[in-house]
Design a protein around this ligand. Structure first.
Ligand code: DGL
Length: 279
C-alpha cells in the first residue's frame, strides 16, 4: 500500500535545501516537510551537547507532523546527533555522512581523499572514520585522508556569491593544501558547498571528483523507502511544506536562489525550542 506521509527534512537553516532538491529529483512523487533552524544557526561552531539538543528538538517537531522518515540534511548535525536520533525517531533516519563516504571511496582512483566541512564536523573526525569504514567494506586499502575547514564558504553561499572573485580567492586559500596533497576526490561535507561547486572544482583543477553528500543521501533515501515498502504512489500532487524558526519572509528571500523561482512558498515560523528533550 502506498505510504503518502511526507518525508521530514531538517537543517540548521537554508543549506539543507541543497539536499531537499536532490530528494525531489530522485523522488518527485514524495511529499516533503522542511524545517530550517535559522534562528539558532549556524550549528557548525556550536558545542556537541547543543547540536544534539537542537537536533532532537527538530526531530520532535517533524514527528509531530507524522513524517515517515527523517533526513538529517545538515552535515554537522549528522556528524554529532545521528546516534542520538536514530533510536528515538520511531521512523527511519537518513544522515548525510555515510552516503558521502561511500561515494568518495567508489570514486577515488589514487586513494587520496579530501574532506571539507564546518569546524564542528571536521573536529568530530566522524567523516574520516566513515571513509575508513567504507574503504574496508569496499576492500580498498592505502586510503589517505586530508581534511580542511572552510567556514567562510557558508556565508559566501548565503550571500549568493557562488562564482565571484572573493569566493575564488577564499577557495584558493582554503583548498591549496588539499590540492598540493594530490587528492583526486573531494567530499563537500557541508550543505552549502555544492552551491560553490564551480569555483571549488576550478580551484582544485582537472581530474578532481567532487562528492555532493546531498545527492548521495538522496539515493539512500530512495533505497530505504523502497526496501521498507514506504514509497508513495505519486498519484496526488506532492506537498512541499516549509518551516523556519526565524522570520519566514527572510527565509524565503535567502532560500529562493537555492530552489528556484517560486519556492519556497507559504513558509511558516515555528520554534522547536518548545520541546523539552534529554540528551
Ligand atoms: N548546515 C551546516 C552543515 O552542513 C552548515 C551551516 C551551519 O554551520 O549551520 O554542516
Amino acid at each position: 500500500m502506498a505510504d503518502t506521509r511526507p518525508i521530514g527534512v531538517f537543517d540548521s537553516g537554508i543549506g539543507g535545501l541543497t539536499v531537499l532538491r536532490e530528494i525531489w529529483k530522485v523522488l518527485p512523487g514524495e511529499s516533503t516537510i522542511y524545517f530550517g533552524d535559522n534562528s539558532r544557526a549556524p550549528y557548525g561552531n556550536k558545542a556537541r551537547s547543543t547540536i544534539i539538543r537542537y537536533s532532537l528538538q527538530n526531530m520532535e517537531f517533524l514527528k509531530s507532523k507524522d513524517v515517515k522518515m527523517i533526513v538529517i540534511a545538515c552535515n554537522t548535525a549528522s556528524a554529532y546527533a545521528y546516534e542520538a536520533l536514530k533510536d528515538k525517531a520511531e521512523v527511519p533516519v537518513v544522515e548525510v555522512v555515510t552516503p558521502g563516504a561511500e561515494v568518495a571511496i567508489k570514486a577515488t582512483r589514487n586513494g587520496k581523499i579530501g574532506i571539507i566541512g564546518t569546524k564542528a564536523t571536521i573536529s568530530t573526525g566522524v567523516y574520516k572514520k566513515a571513509v575508513e569504514r567504507c574503504a574496508e567494506r569496499q576492500g580498498k586499502s592505502n586510503i589517505e585522508i586530508y581534511q580542511a575547514t572552510c567556514p567562510l564558504f557558508v556565508s559566501l553561499a548565503e550571500e549568493g556569491w557562488w562564482d565571484n572573485d572573493v569566493t575564488r580567492l577564499t577557495a584558493k586559500e582554503y583548498l591549496t593544501p588539499l590540492k598540493e596533497a594530490g587528492i583526486d576526490t573531494l567530499v563537500m561535507a557541508c550543505t552549502h558547498y555544492p552551491l560553490l561547486a564551480k569555483v571549488i572544482g576550478e580551484t582544485m583543477g582537472e581530474g578532481i571528483t567532487l562528492v555532493n553528500t546531498g545527492e548521495a543521501a538522496a539515493s539512500v533515501v530512495r533505497s530505504v523507502l523502497e526496501e521498507n515498502d514506504m514509497t508513495s504512489s505519486g498519484t496526488a500532487a506532492p506537498g512541499k511544506e516549509f518551516y523556519t524558526s526565524d522570520d519566514a519572509a527572510m527565509f524565503e528571500s535567502i532560500a529562493t536562489p537555492f530552489l528556484g523561482e517560486g519556492l519556497p512558498s507559504g513558509t511558516k515560523q515555528f520554534s522547536t525550542d518548545v520541546y523539552k528533550v534529554e540528551n
